[in-house]
Each structure stands twice: as C-alpha cells, then as structure tokens.
Design a protein around this ligand. Sequence first.
Ligand code: OSB
Ligand code: MG
Length: 372
Amino acid sequence: MITLDQVELRHVKVPTKAPFRTSFGTLPDKETVLVTAWSDGLAGYGESVAMPLPFYSEETCETVWYLLKTFAIPQLLGHALQHPDEVSRRLGWIRRNAMAISALEGAVWDLYARAQGCSLASLLGATRREIEVGVSIGIEPTVDRVLANVERFLAEGYRKIKIKIEPGFDLEPIRAIRERFGSEVPLMADANSAYTLDHLPVFKEIDAYRLLMIEQPLAHDDIVDHAKLQRELATPICLDESIHSAEDARKAIELGSCRTINIKIGRVGGLTRAKAIHDLCARHGVPVWCGGMLELGIGRAHNIAIASLPNFSIAGDTSASSRSFERDIVTPEIAFTRPGLLAVPTGPGIGYEINPDRLETFTLRKETFRSS
Ligand code: OSB
Ligand code: MG
C-alpha cells in the first residue's frame, strides 16, 4: 500500500536535434509537464505527452497543469492506494484529460513498483526481455532529406521506418524510399488525419507499395470512414488519434476500421487503460504497437515497460534518446543494447534514474503540493 504525501509538477523545455514536422504542425523543442510523486521518501516519475499547442489532441501543457493541480492531485494526496489501478478508477469521473491523468498515474505506477522492489514491466505482466524499435521520421522540405534520415536510422538498426505524410507529400517519398532501400524495408506512413475519403485514388496508389500499415489517414475522431477505406485497401489501417479507450477499440474492431492499433499511454489516460486496450486487442487477435510522442526518457521508459507485454508484437515508436536529444534527463540514457533493440529494464520501477542537474537546467517552473 502507498499513500502519496507529496507531488511535484515541472514544466520543462528541452532542446531537440531538429524540429519534427507532421501534417498537423511543427514541434520545435520538447516542452511538457513532468510529475514526481512521493510516498515515505520514495519517488516515482511520470511524463505528460501534452504539447504547448492543442493540435494533436485538445490538451496542452497548460491544461495538464491546471487539471492536475485543481482536480487530480488533491484527490490523490493523502489517499491510501492498494494498487496503481485505483488511480484510474478514482479519477474516472474526470471526462477526457487523458494526458493529465496519465502523467500522474504513471508516476504512481513507478512509485508503487519501486516500493515493491520490482520493475514496472514485470508489474504490468512483461513477457519480453527486449523490444524491437522503430523510428518516426517527420515531413521534410525535400524527399532527399527524408531519404537521408531513413539512411541514418536504418544504419542505426531501427527495425521499422515510419514516415509522416500529408496530401502532396506522400507517394513521392514512399516511392523514393522503396527505390533506394528496396521492398523489404519495414515501411509505414502516418498521416495524422490529413486525408478524407476523397483521397481514395491516392490510397489505391499507396496500396501498391506494400506498406506495413497506414496510420490514422482520416479524421482524428472518425471510425466510420476508416472502415469504408479499410474495405478498399489491402494495406492494414492503424488507428492512433481515434482510439481513447478499450470501448473505442472494441467498436473500431467490430466495424473493421483498422487491423492494428497504436497504443499511446498518454492518449488513453494511463497504463491501466493502455493495458486494457492491449488485452482487448489480444482477445480479438489484433496486434498492437507502442506509439510515441517524442517523449523524454521518463515517458520512453514507461513506453518500454508497456511494450514488453505479449500482444505488442509490432516494433513501436520507442526510439532511443539519441533520436531526438543531445542530452536526455534520465541516466542511463535510453540506448540500444543491440542494433534496433532496447532491453526491458529489470531494476526497480521504470529502471532509469533522473539526472537532477539536467532536470533543473530544463525547468521553466515547478510547484510542489503536500498533503495537509
Ligand atoms: O502521430 O505518432 C504520432 C509525435 C508527436 C505527435 C504525434 C505523433 C508523433 C510521432 C513521433 O510519430 C513518434 C516518436 O515518439 O518518436
Ligand atoms: Mg500517429
């Protein structure tokens, strides 16, 4: 049992190697909210995946801060928890705000695992000792620059290449990658909702390139048109933005809207809910994979833990620290054990510690809340 006696919020901004462009907008530096939760002198860490602007979902760094400070933290401080699953239940009355809930819930999972002296992965039900890793490549001003990135990441051993696409920047990069690197490269495309059913002819052409999947081609809140599109394509559709819960997943599977799901802990409101989606998909024979939101080491560590579950059978977007950062906030930094493979940590909690000096350097503001 643990009782939270202190929670700290930190708004951080960390320089990235390069801006990351998607169809919804450009992400310059990494800016987000970190959560530390304490019980009896032991700390656990969580990371929000909210960004400064609400263009992936409605949440932002500011809404995460507000929601946590005003509603979620006061409900957990001083409250005894038998298990981290209770966080999601106790905060279940809060509609949406998944990224806020997830950041706090993740800190509690890490704290609880550390208090038990076991790894977060084993607590979640890990069956893998290492996970295969893919990489997500942003939209670039030229196809050549995409090719240069593909070359770099294949050389580093990444097991899956995902490129961001948008209308007007889709067939060309896909064709160029296939021509240069061959048809065997595990390749997929992520549209972040930039298309409609009117683009069917483009998808028919993309279909010929035998991608692993096309991620979230249509509207962020749609599962009906995705089902229509899936019926027209041989390429599997993967849903990202459209899936917020196990119920969303059940409906999408029933409708035939997708053949795989990108599970992001932050998008679905935490590890308990992410695991529920994983379990539901497993029961339906639908493989899943772990998405990413260009997290810092804390968030990546949570991703690695969940990706160790059995039905995470496709390489995820759980890149190493070096993909985005010169300096990450965790020690050790997240690095391959062998090309394209990350070891699932066996140490307590998320299995990484925080570098306090770096954390301080990157902090824009912080606030501590204590149980009275
Ligand atoms: O759609 O998967 C996405 C990054 C920010 C917002 C949305 C997405 C992404 C990525 C990056 O694709 C994946 C990563 O963390 O490396
Ligand atoms: Mg996506």
